[in-house]
Structure formats: C-alpha cells, structure tokens
Ligand binder design. Sequence first.
Ligand code: SF4
Length: 351
Amino acid sequence: MHIHEFESAMKACRFCFMCRHLSAVGNVLFSEADTPRGRALLLDKASMNPDFLFSDAVVETMYRSDLAAGCRFHCVSHYDENGLVLAARRDIVEAGKAPARVAEIAKKFQKDNEFKLEGGKADVLYFIDEYTLRQPEISAAFLKIAKTAKAPVATITGGCIGKALKILGYVAAGKKDASTFAKKVAATGAKTLVVSNPAAYDALRNDFPAWGLKLSCKVMHSSEFIAQLLKDKKIKAAGKKKTPVYYLESDFLKNYNDNVPAPRAILEALGFEIKPFGTNNEESYSAGEGACVLLELNPELVSKLAKQVASRADNPKKDRILTASPYTRFVLRKETELKIASLEEAVAEVL
Ligand code: SF4
C-alpha cells in the first residue's frame, strides 16, 4: 500500500492537534475526521486493516480533503500528511474502490488530452489550462502585459497535464497525459513555458521531474515572468498612486513550492499596498485550490469554503482582492460577492 511510504506522518500526526486550524475543510464542517490528526488516525487503522480504507466513510473523508498542505508547510517537522492523503487516494483507486463520481471525473480528464497551439513560433509559450480558459480575462491580461513588453507569445490551450488525475489517485494516467504534454511543448521549440495556474506550475515543477519527464524549456509562473519583465525594465507602472489590495496566497505557490516570492514582489513593485487578509497568514483562503477539482467533486463543500473566505474579508463588498489562482478566482466569483481579480488583471490595469 502506498500509505506505508508515509508511515512517519501517520505515526506523528495521529496524536498531534497542532495544525488542526489549518484544515479549511475541518473549519467549515467542524468535524475531527477532517483534520490532519483525524485523517492520520483513520489511515493508521487502515494500515493494519486494509479493508477499513475502502469503507465509504474513509473514502469520502479522503476525497473531502482540501489538500492545501498548510499543515506540512507550517509543521515544525514538515510531516507530509498531505502526501499521506494522496497515497490513500492512490490505494483506493488501484484497488478499484474509487467512488463512481471520482471515476467519472477521471475518465473525462483521460479523454481530454488534446492541446491546441496558436500564435506560431515564439520563445515564450503560454499554457491556458481549463480554469484559465473558463475566465478569458486572465489570458487577455497576460497577453496585454506581454504585448506591452514587446515579448512575442504563442499559446497552448486545453487538455489535462496530469495534475487533476494525480490528485484523484490516477497516477499512471496522469503520467501518460503529462508525457503527451511534454512532447507537444518540445515540438514548439519554445524556450520558456509560462502558466497562470499554480496547479499547473506545481505539476511542471514537481510532478514531471518525479515522473522522470524532462521539459525542453524553463517553467515560470506568470508572476515570475512579470517579475523578469520588471527587472529587464520592459514594463513599468504608469502612475505612482498606492492602491490597497488584499492578496490571497495560493496553496500551490506557497505550501507546495516554498512560498514563491514573485506575486508579492510584483504587486509591491507596481505600487500596490498589500494589506493582511483574514486572521492569520497560515490558514488557506484558496477555497480548495490544493484539491484542484474539488468544485467538480463536491460543490456544496466548495460553496462553504468560499463563504468562509468571504466571512474573513474586512469589507466583502468593497475590498479589492487578488489571487494568483484561476481556480480561486472562479469559485469566489461564483459563490461570493468578493471583488476578486487575478494578478495578471491587476498588473495589466496599471501599466
Ligand atoms: S503536520 Fe505536523 S503539526 Fe500537523 S498534525 Fe502532523 S505532526 Fe502535527
């Protein structure tokens, strides 16, 4: 069983309540099973009695996790409870016990691996994933920034690059889609691949190398690309007015990738004044970004998570809130009145 690879987390987390406040799902459902300790206790029992893992209650608990990984990032010993849950999902899938709705979503992603190239040959290739595609304002803003900097960009759109499948527990299928994408990117001859979606960034930065897939180009999050344009003086803010904004951390940029500094750096460089959001800087306010397809899996839960984020805003109807995550932008616009925009939109507005 894959959960045995995370024995240390299982043993440490099952008796520890230190990071219970970092489970966004636990915070909205008020259930102990939805905390790192609760999940580790269940999986510890499952490691001695595998059939227990396949009980409806345990399977549902594993697929309810928001996978924000704030527990791992802020744990003093960085125990990987997040990895433990992903391993449990993989065990569930490989035993043929995935719930029907999970299998259905996975089937859709396995079919959906066609990629469309546009814009001819360019050194920079911009990947428009599903959540970015659903919100054309994000890619339009990114392309406006690139145009201002006179940086030619080609685009690659659609398809699954393996992240959603891996998160659902379909690791082999995820690797297959990742390999298709890597070949498609190599054929373009691009030197830099830029992504707006932090989930895609994490897939390209961490999952691809772990699967032995080498990309032919450098991978950058859009905020890193913009930071480079600022450094090279290819773009600058048009005015000097300080604009107050709240920035919601991305699970994938912060907790999965050592707190990528570019989002905050570009906002500060372009004259935004970042105000602290919520009650602390450890909790996830992404409404389930780490679980990638939580909206498809459990829309009621995502609605609760989004409303919890809104309840933390100082002035929900007026505050200008920014996110690096197209997923978070989408669900907070769908479920709340928050005035939320992407980093790209905020940057494009001030050039
Ligand atoms: S991740 Fe660390 S803080 Fe959280 S339950 Fe496990 S051991 Fe405790």
